[in-house]
Ligand binder design. Structure first.
Ligand SMILES: [Zn+2]
Length: 289
């Protein structure tokens, strides 16, 4: 058993770049997905032009790490602090849009990895925001201590719980697999007299080695995401929803390119195909019982 576990650990470190899957005319490998999501170190820390997405939802993240601001009459909700070194960049983007960073009342996150939630302690220090975390991600968050800072957790939520600020209510959906508490957030947004269902997806990217509990988490999550009503898909990495391409199409008088119901499950389709391919390879390689 120990030898098998050590073997799996070694496999994860030197993960070969297969399988490959082709979905919607594009071919992906584990490494190409990671490269697409993360870009260069500079992409991870350079602000992308802050912009309005729809209604009261704004983009305030970097070129490859998403951060979203939801503006309400009672202060604002920030989704994803990203790396701690990006917090001042996010602050600047919020201010460029004409909002106050100090109005951040609630801090949410998509999942307990440093590129999405490492900056939580600093955001709390600077704004006093309440930090909300999915119960299953709390242990991983508590282990995240940039500069030795304790990771704040002010409210622990569970699948289906709601977070309300002013006239805005976000619903938390447990979409585990990438982490145990990976959370997809949904909320309705009004623009020009219409209501749109916005989905802030957490990554559905498989690790190189799938353990039995993680396999069950992903199976459940791929089913769950397809039940979420969606008009406007977003993601914790901009490439997951084609931000750059959609942003380039933003023009006054033209319909909002971020409203993309037919794109709502594209990322899940691709990640599910990759998950199944990784699982099939792994089952083939496993010694027969
Ligand atoms: Zn991650």
């Amino acid at each position: 058993m120990l030898v098998l576990l050590l073997g799996i650990a070694a496999m994860a470190q030197n993960a070969p770049d297969h399988p490959s899957v082709t979905v919607d005319g594009k071919t992906f490998t584990p490494r190409s997905i990671l490269a697409r999501n993360m870009g260069t170190p500079e992409d991870q820390t350079t602000a992308f032009a802050p912009h309005k997405i729809v209604g009261n939802v704004y983009y305030v993240g970097t070129k490859t790490l998403s951060a979203f601001l939801v503006v309400t009459g009672q202060g604002n909700v920030l989704i994803n602090s990203t790396y701690e070194r990006n917090v001042r960049t996010i602050q600047k983007s919020i201010e460029q849009l004409g909002f106050k960073f100090s109005d951040t009342r609630i801090l949410l996150g998509n999942h307990a990895h440093g590129d999405h939630m490492e900056g939580d302690a600093l955001v709390k220090e600077l704004t006093g925001a309440q930090v909300v975390s999915m119960a299953e991600d709390v242990p991983a968050l508590k282990a995240m201590k940039p500069g030795g800072k304790e990771h704040p957790v002010d409210r622990i939520i569970h699948d289906g719980d709601e977070v309300t600020l002013g006239d805005v209510t976000l619903t938390a959906h447990l979409t585990a697999g990438h982490t145990s508490g990976a959370t997809t957030w949904t909320m309705p947004v009004s623009e020009a007299g219409k209501t749109y269902r916005v989905v802030f997806y957490s990554s559905l990217r498989s690790p190189a080695v799938l353990t039995p509990p993680v396999i069950e988490q992903f199976k459940r999550s791929f089913a769950v995401v397809r039940t979420l009503p969606c008009d406007l898909p977003l993601g914790d990495h901009p490439a997951e929803y084609g931000m750059t391409e959609k942003y380039a199409k933003l023009k006054p008088g033209v319909s909002n390119p971020f409203i993309d119901p037919s794109g709502c499950y594209l990322e899940a389709d691709m990640e599910e195909a990759m998950f199944k391919a990784i699982l099939a390879e792994q089952r083939k390689a496993e010694p027969s019982q």
